[in-house]
Design a protein around this ligand. Structure first.
Ligand SMILES: [Zn+2]
Length: 309
C-alpha cells in the first residue's frame, strides 16, 4: 500500500520572496489531488518531540533552533535559512511525518510512503541548520528504522541538485548506512562534496548535464553500490531542483527522469528491502516543474504498488 503524509502546519514557515515558500507545497498537494493520487483528507501526523529530534541532533542544537523562532517577523540563521513564527511547528511536522512514515512501513501498514512536507532537511548537519533546512528529516527516518531489530542496513538515495552535506555529516562514520547522492558540482553547499568512502557514494554532475548522462551515472555508480550493500530499507531525499526549468539549479533533467529513477528505486527496494521505501520532499523551486516531477514520483510509487497487489 502507498500512503502520502502531509500537514497544514508545513505551510506556516514563510519569508516573503524566499524561494523555499509555502507555494511549493501548495503546488505539490494541488497536483497530487487533481491527479487523483491523494484522495480524501490528509493523514494526521503524530507530533514529534524535541527528544526525538535528538536521534540525530545534539540537544543543545535542537534547543538553540527552537529558541530562535521569533514571535513576529522572521530571523535568519544564515543568508539562506530563516525562521518565522510557525517554523518550529512546520519543522516538527516535517520530522514527524518522516518518523511516522517509517513506523508505518515497519508495521506493514504501508509499503511505500511519500512525505509532502517542508522545510526540507538534507542540508541540516548534526549541529548546524543551513541551506533552508532546520532538522534533517530523512536522517530521522533512517535512524528510526535502524532502531528496529529487523533493519540492519539501510540506503539513503538523494537526487536533489544540491549535495546532501547534512545527511553525509550525520552518517559518514556509519557503514550500515549507504548514502548515494547525485548533485551539481561546484555548487551549493560547497562542503562534503568531494567526501567519499565505502558507503558514501557521491556523483557530481557538470552544469548542463542532461537525462542520458544522468541515467548512465546513476546506473554505473549508484546501482552497484546498492546491490553490494543490500539495504533492508530504502530512503529517498526527493529534491526536484535538477529539473531544467528550476531557477536555482543548472542541470537539465526532465519529468521523465524522475519517473525513471523512482521506478529504478522501486525495483531495488523490491529486490533487497521487501519493497520498503520512505521518500521525503527536499528541493524544487519552479512550482510547475516541482508539481510535475513530484506527481511523476508519487504516481510511480503508487501505481507500482497497485500492480503488485
Ligand atoms: Zn536542492
Amino acid at each position: 500500500m502507498f500512503k502520502i503524509l502531509t500537514h497544514k502546519a508545513c505551510l506556516q514557515h514563510q519569508l516573503a520572496d524566499h524561494p523555499e515558500r509555502p507555494a511549493r507545497l501548495h503546488a505539490v498537494l494541488d497536483r497530487l489531488r487533481s491527479d487523483g493520487i491523494i484522495t480524501g483528507t490528509e493523514d494526521v501526523i503524530s507530533p514529534v518531540t524535541a527528544e526525538l529530534l535528538c536521534l540525530v541532533h545534539p540537544a543543545h542544537f535542537v534547543e538553540q533552533v527552537i529558541a530562535a523562532e521569533p514571535e513576529t517577523g522572521t530571523i535568519r540563521l544564515d543568508a539562506d535559512t530563516y525562521l518565522s513564527n510557525g517554523s518550529i511547528k512546520a519543522a516538527f511536522m516535517a520530522a514527524a511525518a518522516n518518523i511516522q512514515a517509517t513506523q508505518l512501513v515497519l508495521e506493514n501498514a504501508a509499503e511505500r510512503v511519500f512525505c509532502a512536507v517542508r522545510p526540507p532537511g538534507h542540508h541540516a548537519e548534526r549541529a548546524e541548520a543551513m541551506g533552508f533546512c532546520l532538522f534533517n528529516n530523512i536522517a530521522l527516518a533512517a535512524e528510526t528504522a535502524l532502531q528496529h531489530p529487523s533493519i540492519n542496513r539501510i540506503a539513503i538515495l538523494d537526487f536533489d541538485v544540491h549535495h546532501c552535506n547534512g545527511t553525509v555529516d550525520i552518517f559518514k562514520d556509519r557503514p550500515e548506512v549507504l548514502v548515494c547522492s547525485s548533485f551539481q558540482e561546484e555548487f551549493y553547499p560547497y562542503r562534503y562534496m568531494a567526501f567519499s568512502n565505502e558507503h558514501i557514494v557521491s556523483v557530481p554532475l557538470a552544469s548542463g548535464t542532461k537525462s542520458q548522462h544522468f541515467r548512465r551515472a546513476i546506473e554505473s555508480q549508484w546501482v552497484p553500490a546498492i546491490e553490494k550493500h543490500k539495504p533492508d530499507f530504502i530512503f529517498v531525499s526527493a529534491g526536484f531542483d535538477a529539473h531544467a526549468d528550476d531557477p536555482l539549479g543548472g542541470l537539465l533533467l526532465s519529468r521523465d527522469d524522475y519517473r525513471w529513477i523512482t521506478e529504478l528505486i522501486i525495483d531495488l527496494a523490491k529486490q533487497y528491502a521487501k519493497g520498503r521505501i520512505v521518500s521525503t520532499l527536499e528541493g524544487g523551486y519552479n512550482t510547475e516543474a516541482l508539481a510535475d516531477c513530484a506527481a511523476e514520483h508519487a504516481s510511480a510509487l503508487q501505481s507500482y504498488a497497485t500492480i503488485k497487489s
